[in-house]
Design a protein around this ligand. Structure first.
Ligand code: QAP
Ligand code: CO
Length: 177
């Protein structure tokens, strides 16, 4: 097991398109174990492979209160979405400290594979529906801040870039800038 480092917005690698998984092998199982460890440690409720710079269609999620209900989605597809929509205050491990309302379909039906490559379908509502859609967006290179106004997005970008400069200074105090 290993902790993976999470890309931070506005890293351009967050906009890469993930490819479907074709090999359900031990490397995939290792990636899932590392992603789950990284998500629980953060702590977060969802993590897409894109966020750890692996551009394959893999998601780990756990929206349970007990933090013991890991869900793994491989090659997920939304096969149905409700017409009614809900607004939820979203955050993201790649956009630390930022939360804002995003409107999405309130129910979705999802088809995805498990670690062994077997296909499953399930219906999601509430927080789980928000989480599935948020994480599937990552696989398409979309970060939730892209649903906000350009003004808000630019403010978020500047804030995170400034924080990153501060973090770099702490790591290299002699590199005066
Ligand atoms: C996506 O988000 C999500 O800003 C998963 O400082 C969000 O796990 C799905 C986190 C809302 C459904 C609803 C964010 C941790 C975790 C932060 C996360 C932070 C520390 C976000
Ligand atoms: Co996210």
């Amino acid at each position: 097991m290993a902790l993976l480092s999470i890309l931070r917005y506005p890293d351009p690698r967050l906009h890469k398109l993930a490819k479907p998984v074709t090999d359900f092998d031990d490397r995939l199982k290792q990636l899932i174990a590392d992603m789950a460890e990284t998500m629980y440690e953060a702590p977060g409720i969802g993590l897409a492979a894109t966020q750890v710079d692996v551009h394959q269609q893999v998601i780990v999620m756990d929206t349970s209160d007990t933090r013991d209900q890991l869900r793994v989605l491989i090659n997920p597809q939304i096969v149905w979405a409700s017409d009614d929509r809900q607004v939820y205050e979203e955050g993201c491990l790649s956009v630390p400290g930022i939360y804002d309302g995003v409107e999405r379909p309130s129910k979705v039906r999802v088809r995805s594979c498990d670690v062994d490559g077997n296909s499953h379908e399930f219906e999601a509502e509430g927080l789980l529906a928000v989480c599935v859609q948020h994480e599937m967006d990552h696989l398409k290179g979309t970060v939730f801040v892209e649903y906000l106004s350009p003004l808000k997005r630019n403010r978020i970008k500047s804030k995170l870039l400034k924080e990153e400069r501060e973090l770099k200074k702490e790591r290299h105090p002699m590199a005066a800038r």
